[in-house]
Design a protein. Sequence first.
Lengths: 315, 518
Amino acid sequence: MLTFILKRVLMSIPTFAIVAVIIFTLVRALPGDPALMMLGGNIDDEASLAQMRAQLGLDQPVPVQFLAWLREVFSGNLGTSIMTGQEVSSLLIQRFSVTATVVLLAIVSALLVSIPAGLLAAHRHNTRTDYAIVLLTILKLSMPGFWVGLMLLVLFGAILGWLPTVGFVSVSDDLGRGMMYLILPVTSLALSEIAVLTRMMRAGSLEVMGKDYITHARAKGLTERKVLWRHVFPNAFAPTLTMVGIMLAGLLAGAAVTETVFTLPGLGKLLVDSIYARDYPVLQGALLFIAAVYVLTNLAIDLTYSFFDPKVRLT
Amino acid sequence: MMHRSKVLKTAVLATGLTFGNVLPAMAESVVRMALNADIRGTNPGVTRDGNTDQVHGHIVEGLVTYADDFSIIPMLAESYEISEDGRTYTFALRQGVKFHNGEEMTAQDVEWSWNRLAGDASESHCKNFFNGQNNIKVTSAKAVDDYSFVITLEEPYAVFLATMARFDCGSMAVLHPDSVNSDGSWNTPLGTGPYRMGDHAPGRYVELNRFAGYSSRDGQPNGYGGGKHASVDTLRWEIVGEGAVSKTALQAGDLDLVTIDAMTASELRGQPRFTVDATASAVWDTYLLNSDDPLLSDVRIRRAIAHAIDPQRIMAAITEGFGTASPSPVPPMSANYTDVQAQYPEYNVDKAKALLEEAEYDGEEIVILATRRNGAYYERALMAQAMMMDAGLNAKLEVVEWGTQLEAYRNGTGYQMQSFTFSPRLHAGLSFEMFTGDAERKAWKTGEAVGLVNESLRVGDPEALQGVIDKLHNGFVEEVPAIGLGHRTLFTGMSDKIGGFENWGAGLLRGWMLTVDG
């Protein structure tokens, strides 16, 4: 396993190099001038624009800017934000911790609901229970995440007044209050994931349930519960796990919509804000960070496969 | 349960014993508001944007500032005198004004602050307003004694004080030198304003706390000056990116005062727990016409477009009936807005068609550039397109991201017509200067117009200034370098517990006027 991990980590180095070039090129290809955006209303003032460009290093030729950035990246310095002057690396860590908390809680909650729901739907295939579960997932999939988030805010914040509608308190600062601020975003994210994962789990389970070894297990006299959890679940979970990996990486890379609706200072919100402000250092740093999140999440998922499927060997 | 009372955050301020008596618990008043993006920093005039300026405006003050009618009034200066040749400005400072660290303000602090922003080593864009790059050249700025500060200009310039009062420079904020660390790096703003910097959690919220030692001017608030008798202990801005979320939070009672759009204003108006304010600002919504474009270089085509567009209907539509058209670049609240400025090409489709025929218009495409950014850029463009098509113009809409549109504006190329907005210019000359000049981006480049704008920025006599502004307006109507729509109506939704709120033409919040009931 160690060789596998080492190989994967080494393989990611050229990936990062290519990603770095693409990120830098694409970011510079964006129309719009960061100095202009920084100065906001003072766009009539040429001298200030020139001064701002010089301060931001944007008066240098692009290849020089690229080499300077690469040199800093290799020395572990992602630069400072044009907008706020904060160090990009600390900003990313700060924002990622918020996103990771919400996303991990949402994924765990989603799995706790979707695995039994998918198994149940498959077990009660073509019954009212199955239809009800399928209908609910389709209903949820048809609702835009932004709208669901707002409706949750309106219902639990404005109408019932049970939960806060704006603001954020870190769970590390105050666990109780922090959780109050997390309930709605986690629920909103989890609802979207539940719909997808339940359908995946149901489809996988249906496929497995038609296999000979399941018939054999039943013939042995095992209870349905044991058949489902001991034989159907481990074999049907692999495709769902792949989906969890893709979702996890995507969400950790920034659940921008959820973060915007629930005013969470997360990575996705940071990325969107930095695009609008043409905050090159943050944008470049965040994209590089996201690439790393993808590589590491997929590595982690690959490692988990062997726990569920003994046929998978990590070499 | 619909509306939770969170307006008052109760805190025990004193629990000690005084002469054997227990002091009663006192309530700390908080007004919670929303910013659509975090502040860019705490360094006034250096780290800034519109949101940031608004927060800084509570912490720092300058020698002069803008009044409600955009005239210039003293703020930290008790008074000022201008020499006969118009080159020397002598400011007599108010005495007893305290910085947030308790130190008294002197002319030496003013000199230090001036050099911080306008000196050669300054990182602020503000220095370019005073070093000759943009007409004004300050040759010296010195403290004469503890309470006198003198600025000398190379040449007289009528808008010098107005430039000093610019919000993006914190009105050339006067700060205590301890605002910077010993190595010269920025620390925290120790200003003289009615609020001092409180907690700032980046990406989450920013708080200001009332400065108990604030030395207010006498009298009523006037624009960004006058008396500032702050009563709310804490002003707190949550960073809320979405207008729909701010609105929900207002309805939930989690926010007390938020900027809203016209539709929300219309919805909240008349609801018992909320009040809505709609105030015309000096923000100018317009359509810029590119006179360098082969088609639009023909003034008859530009006039035809002006006659095809009905500003009144568009303004009524985008403001849900709250706003009215005011096509002149000079805002209606300006002292220079007269009957002349109220004139503009009438909406007349027949006239538009006649002009098109005269110009032998043959259905060539006219592309209107717009963005979906807040401020109804897109809606304005869409309505203009429909009206232009009604008059026989082949108008198309191109929607781009704001950064892209801004670049097209700045380069002066890549567009024929665009739905655009100019931030407030509080001097009538500057209202024309924002789109008039030799630079590529300027929509109005004729020699006469440029000359008149330059004259308006130099003339000191109010009557003479009005004459120049009237000439400019007449030329604007005649040559149609842009089509004015109106001055944007700003909407604010508030909990009914909030009192004292008054918006004004500059649109900057004045938290020192707010009160909280209960």
